[in-house]
Design a protein around this ligand. Structure first.
Ligand SMILES: Nc1nc2c(ncn2[C@@H]2O[C@H](COP(=O)(O)OP(=O)(O)OP(=O)(O)O)[C@@H](O)[C@H]2O)c(=O)[nH]1
Ligand SMILES: [Mg+2]
Length: 256
């Protein structure tokens, strides 16, 4: 099989969906045109609006499109973990995370994959030079910038957009990230994986993206998602500082 990204290998784009009937055709169509060499996996949590059936229709006429039907809505993180497992079983070399709502432009994916040639993890970033957000109300901008600032300070991690969900991972990196122990669900899932990549010493690249607010369908963002991220990041940061302090004390003791 010819590979569009010889330095990366076979790529699977995972699109998690819950009630995205107005978006699913559009996003898959855009993706297939923009990056024809990548395979697509729609991971649908039994959407009541019939998104899964539309995905099946798309898969029936295009062998590069696949659908994973999950029994119930278990959150974005759980859908991605199942998708990573699916990719692992089929020996993909890289996986991409992409929302269904059009916020992540498929036309920008080739830049992320180009960057993966020299990185283990590539983050589509709204908050580096050249990154943009289109049509977000002020409170979402404040939440995202504030959340990322807090994350950077609490974890001491030099990543500008740790909450974003447009990403590419080398499978070898994901395998070492021990994703079986990830408990985070919402946005926090993204921070969790970025934190694991950072702690593993992986090459993490941030590529500027233009994030566009969804035009169709309802957001699944909620205050509980924000609360989860806040407490988990705080706990991880405290744990990392305690571990560093313990090591320093042990080193001082050993050094006499
Ligand atoms: N399979 C699955 N997909 C989900 C679930 N929750 C959200 N998604 C999908 O994850 C992607 C991101 O969800 P959004 O609702 O856009 O969440 P968001 O981007 O944080 O919120 P907005 O910025 O308001 O759009 C979309 O493709 C959703 O359909 C879930 O529980 N299961
Ligand atoms: Mg969205």
């Amino acid at each position: 099989m010819s590979e569009a990204y010889p330095e990366v290998g076979r790529v699977l784009v995972i699109i998690p969906t819950y009630n995205e009937i107005e978006n699913i055709r559009i996003i898959v169509d855009r993706l297939r045109r923009a990056v024809p060499a990548a395979d697509v996996l729609v991971a649908d949590d039994n959407s009541p609006d019939g998104t899964g059936a539309i995905a099946d229709e798309l898969a029936a006429v295009d062998p590069r499109i696949h659908v994973m039907h999950r029994r119930e809505k278990l959150g974005l993180g759980a859908a991605y973990l199942a998708g990573f497992g699916w990719a692992r079983e089929r020996e993909y070399d890289a996986v991409v995370e992409m929302d269904a709502d059009g916020s992540h432009a498929p036309e920008e994916l080739s830049r992320l994959l180009d960057a993966l040639a020299d990185a283990d993890v590539v983050l589509g970033s709204r908050w580096v030079r050249g990154g943009k957000v289109v049509n977000w109300p002020l409170h979402r901008l404040v939440l995202s910038r504030g959340g990322n600032l807090y994350t950077r300070l609490a974890l001491g991690m030099p990543i500008h957009d740790a909450t974003g969900g447009y990403r590419a991972y080398r499978m070898t990196a994901l395998d070492k990230m021990d994703t079986g122990t990830v408990a985070s669900q919402g946005y926090c899932f993204q921070v969790d994986l970025a934190w694991r990549a950072h702690r593993n010493g992986f090459r993490v690249a941030e590529v500027p993206i233009t994030f566009v607010e969804r035009e169709r369908g309802a957001s699944k963002m909620s205050s509980s998602i924000v609360r989860e991220a806040l407490w988990r990041v705080t706990v991880w940061g405290a744990r990392a500082r305690t571990t560093a302090l313990r090591r320093r004390l042990a080193g001082q003791r050993a050094g006499g």
